[in-house]
Design a protein around this ligand. Structure first.
Ligand code: ASP
Length: 617
């Protein structure tokens, strides 16, 4: 039998439609029997409409209604009528009307559900992922997928309006080092050879600048084979952007405009025209992180100058050890930070218990702090408890410097490495933000972090690595001292942070092949290695590359924060679980022997049961 095709959706009918005959297609969301009357809520992507089977309905309709179960896919033909005044539901878009069923067709049945398709479903994540197609029927997931679409659309709209071309770059590329591990795809035609899936389109977007494309963007899938940790996905999406003949501020302004457009169009939220700009060093000093959550203030103070006058020996030792390290490095012409005592005033929390303070200390220790000192300001305005006895002689100076008042709690971390003191107390600040409910999910606080160090010292391998990627331009004033003092070099790179998350990073790129060679050398890449791994880029740079730069905001994380969620899985239609596995299609999976044969691959099982892949050449 032909099915009754819908004439409208389940979200469309209003009081003005009363009197019409309509056909609805959708899923049975709810069914309630009230004596002789049955109410069926029919749901589709657009909304929910109440269908009524009256007492006076034909036996055939009553029998059809009696058969309906959760999530049956059905067609209902009926008459739109106004609900009695007492039954009008202002919480439902279609709450003014109901559809009196004249015929009901079951299109497909639904087996017993693994969980209820509902906003409040508290099914375990593994089950939600196994039956993701059902999970996606829920109102919450429908909203997230819609938001994601709207964000992507607004991005395209804005960038196209600014003269950008959307250009696809290949998914099968040459394996090039970019920080993480590559996913590899074996080549059937060339046994023993592999394509890599791109960790990002970085090199290709730079090549597009050499091609004169001037302004490029792409909603690019990126693949990184990293250990399952935190909220990572093996594949994710970046709003990848590259522009020619630009300086840093051109890129920042473009992204400010794009974010403004996206937030206005999708959430009706007005962002400031310009975001705060914070130097990396300043961000570490004040917030102990390069991803500060600026929804709350609570800045750290550099307490060393005052603390050194106190009687606290541990603080003095940390400062002295730090100074010795700094001076020894300086004697070799190397810039290195000394020690620091960082302090944080927590307003009104002098009533924190020892246990609460210990929990904060544990957060500090994760970042290698040896401990966290504390003291309180009494109702009389005196320092008391914890380390206060060391500050008796300089109480007024301490209180004035910190701006601490009656009832405040003062937390302090000292270390011979300034970075350790900052990061440790910064972790305490972040924890306090959460504990004290200062992170309002309806607030969006953006900031640019600029002037990042260009290189990071790799203690394990005793060598310098680039902090971002190898194509980042070192700031001009450091060009003469790149080799002699890499630790002091600032890169022309920038991160966009929002609510404590990094949501984009990018840089002005090197376009001078000679400068590129110097960077390869500093990070210990031989010329041959550079040639072998990035030869095609260096080759292209022989043919008049333009000055260029770009950035790549993460689409998943952006949408996650806009949706008020805490995991990117909530805004990806078909994510992997935390172990890089899809419980739904059970990938990664074993494949047919024939497929392996064609790829000249064999799987060898060791006596201990572990498996190894061998490529026959
Ligand atoms: N490709 C870089 C990344 O994935 C972003 C950029 O520099 O544009 O982090």
């Amino acid at each position: 039998m032909e099915y009754l095709k819908r004439t409208t959706t389940c979200g469309a009918l209003r009081a003005a439609d009363v009197g019409q005959t309509v056909v609805l297609n959708g899923w049975v969301h709810r069914r309630r029997d009230h004596g002789g009357i049955t109410f069926v809520n029919l749901r589709d992507r657009y909304g929910v409409t109440q269908v009524v089977v009256d007492d006076d309905a034909s036996d055939a309709i009553k029998a059809a209604a009696a058969e309906l179960k959760y999530e049956y896919c059905v067609a209902v033909k009926g008459f739109v009528r106004a609900r009695p005044a007492s039954m009008v539901n202002p919480d439902m878009d279609t709450g003014a009307i109901e559809v009196k069923a004249e015929s009901i067709q079951v299109l497909t049945r639904c087996e017993v559900l693994p969980f209820m398709v509902d906003e409040t479903s508290d099914a375990k994540e593994e089950l939600r992922l196994k039956y993701r197609y059902l999970d996606l029927r829920s109102g919450r997931m429908q909203r997230h997928i819609r938001l994601r679409h709207e964000v992507a659309f607004a991005v395209r709209e804005h960038l196209s309006g600014q003269g950008f071309y959307e250009i696809e770059t290949p998914t099968f590329i040459r394996s090039t080092p970019e920080g993480a591990r590559d996913y590899l795809v074996p080549s059937r035609l060339y046994p023993g050879k592999f394509y890599a899936l791109p960790q990002s389109p970085q090199l290709y977007k730079q090549l597009l600048m050499v091609s004169g494309m001037d302004k490029y963007f792409q909603l690019a899938r990126c693949y990184r084979d990293e250990d399952a940790r935190g909220d990572r996905q093996p594949e994710f999406t970046q709003i990848d952007i590259e522009m020619s003949f630009v300086k840093r501020d051109d890129v920042l302004e473009l992204v400010e405009g794009m974010m403004g457009h996206v937030f206005r169009k999708t959430l009706g939220h007005e962002l400031p025209a310009r975001f705060t700009r914070l130097a990396f060093d300043e961000s570490i000093e004040l917030y102990g992180t390069d991803k500060p959550d600026l929804r709350f203030d609570m800045r750290m103070k550099d307490f060393g100058a005052v603390a050194s006058k106190s009687g606290f020996q541990a603080f003095k030792d940390a400062l002295a050890d730090g100074e010795a390290r700094r001076a020894a490095a300086a004697a070799k012409g190397i810039t290195q930070e000394g020690g620091a005592v960082k302090a944080l005033v927590v307003p009104g929390k002098a009533d924190y218990s020892r246990k609460q303070i210990e929990e904060l200390e544990a957060a500090a220790k994760v970042y290698r702090a040896k401990g966290m000192a504390w003291m309180k300001v009494s109702a009389e305005g005196h320092l008391e408890g914890g380390a206060s006895k060391f500050f008796v002689d300089i109480e007024k100076e301490t209180l004035d410097f910190l701006g601490a008042k009656q009832g405040d709690l003062v937390l302090m971390v000292a270390d011979a490495k300034k970075r350790v003191a900052c990061q440790s107390l910064g972790a305490v600040r972040s924890k306090l933000g959460k504990d004290l409910g200062l992170c309002d999910p309806a607030k969006f606080e953006f900031a640019w972090i600029v002037d990042f160090p260009m290189f990071e010292y790799n203690e394990d391998e005793s060598k310098w690595d680039t902090a971002h990627h190898m194509f980042t331009m070192p700031q001009e004033r450091y060009h003469p001292t790149l080799e002699s003092d890499p630790g002091a070099v600032k890169g022309d790179l920038y991160d966009l942070v929002m609510n404590g998350f990094e949501i984009a990073s990018g840089s002005i790129r090197i376009h001078d092949p000679e400068l590129q060679k110097r960077i390869f050398k500093i990070v210990g890449f031989s010329e041959e290695e550079g040639q072998r791994k990035f030869g095609f880029l260096t080759e292209a740079f022989k043919y008049g590359p333009p000055p260029h730069g770009g950035i790549a905001p993460g689409l998943d994380r952006l949408v996650m924060l806009m949706a008020g969620e805490t995991s990117i899985k909530e805004v990806i239609a078909f994510p992997k679980n935390s172990f890089a596995v899809s419980p739904m299609d059970e990938s990664p999976n074993e494949v047919d022997a024939k497929q392996l044969e064609e790829l000249s691959i064999s799987i060898v099982e060791a006596p201990d049961g572990s498996k190894k892949v061998e490529i026959k050449r």
